[in-house]
Design a protein around this ligand. Sequence first.
Ligand code: NAD
Length: 438
Amino acid sequence: MKLTVIGTGYLGAVHAACMAEIGHEVLGVDIDEAKTAALAAGRTPFYEPGLQELLTRGTASGRLRFTTSLREAGRFGGLHFLCVGTPQRPDGLGADLRHVDAAVDGLAPHLIPGALIVGKSTVPVGTAERLTARLRAAGAPEAHLAWNPEFLREGHAVMDTLRPDRLVFGTGSRLAENVLREVYAPLIRSGVPYVATDTATAELVKMAANSFLATKISFINAMAEVCDAAGADVTVLAHAVGYDHRIGRSFLNAGLGFGGGCLPKDIRAFRARAAELGVGPAVAFLAEIDEINLRQRRRTVELATRLAGGELTGRRIAVLGAAFKPESDDVRDSPALAVAARLHREGAVVRVHDPQAVDNARAACPQLDYAARVDKACEGADVVLHLTDWAEYRALDPDALTPLVCRPVLLDARNSLDPDVWTRAGWRYAALGRLGAP
Ligand code: NAD
């Protein structure tokens, strides 16, 4: 099939490359000329495991091309996936739908009759219906809209796209559902289940899924706070609770909490939309989920301050991790970078390492120092903070770092390093929700 992918960021670039991989002829469209040029040359503009191979294969085969022209996109064919960003509004909690509206407005005059636009971006419920009216007003009365929310995780995006847990098709017609079944036929044939529903339910599925995941993380972080007060161990608690298959072990890793370009803004946008619909109280608990999450950043700064001797001015802090999660270079609303920036504001000398995200981190927080290697970040440190759970950090040898630091003190804010290994090597090991707060 011939299809376009409008917006080729973390979601769209992966979607475009995966659609070409399963045999479609794909045109990726973005207003960012540098990003489009990189993708057209077969280079990933960001770090995502496995994407480079697909991009190389797709562009070499001629099945995957990129452009900045919505006119070219409209003429390319009758199927368009919408993958533009939906960040938090600068003036409130709701989603900023300017990019979605601009893409639809820009595409409308060039659509061929009967074209189908399939939204993948995460949007407030009711957006597809609103955009349908917008298309009509823009003179594209024969165009249709569907919503096919995306659940991929950065760092696993290629596998999540090719082998998703499920597909959700929110359509207003049997015709649109059939088009989506045809697009994803290779996945469906390999056993991926799909749920066919209306657009409103499809939009809400994504909001509900992200709200549940955020709730699970904040739940275990709330337990970590109680564990700290009671002298209990949240990692053992999570292990024991997670054996219950009604609960499950995943997303119960206590620590610095969630960030990135999705969960935080999605739970806020959900609250804002629910309030517009007159059901604000139904999801009011998400305000508490957000607050628990942000509190972990403050707790980490407080703990780091105590470990530094109660005073941050002039203290040297090594920060391991800048990306919002491992296997990604994305620093949008990164808890690690937020903590690093806060420590710097309070007078600490902060040096940050990350295996992939240093360029993005430097652009977002130019006031911090950056190191290309872990040992360089740790030189002379009074405290070492482990803030993003990269496998590289789990493999660190504390004995090798001991001679480099000023004081062997580690705060493992991701609860994923081995306390025995670090304490045996003579380090003071501290963590959130474990071994009691120092
Ligand atoms: P992103 O910022 O990385 O990418 C958005 C892209 O859209 C950018 O490259 C931007 O230049 C482009 N764009 C903006 N306006 C445009 C226009 N008018 N025409 C063409 N291109 C335009 O964002 P992202 O992380 O890829 O997220 C996109 C959407 O997908 C969001 O709604 C997000 O919530 C959702 N989502 C993201 C993920 C994820 O892990 N990143 C997962 C699931 C869903």
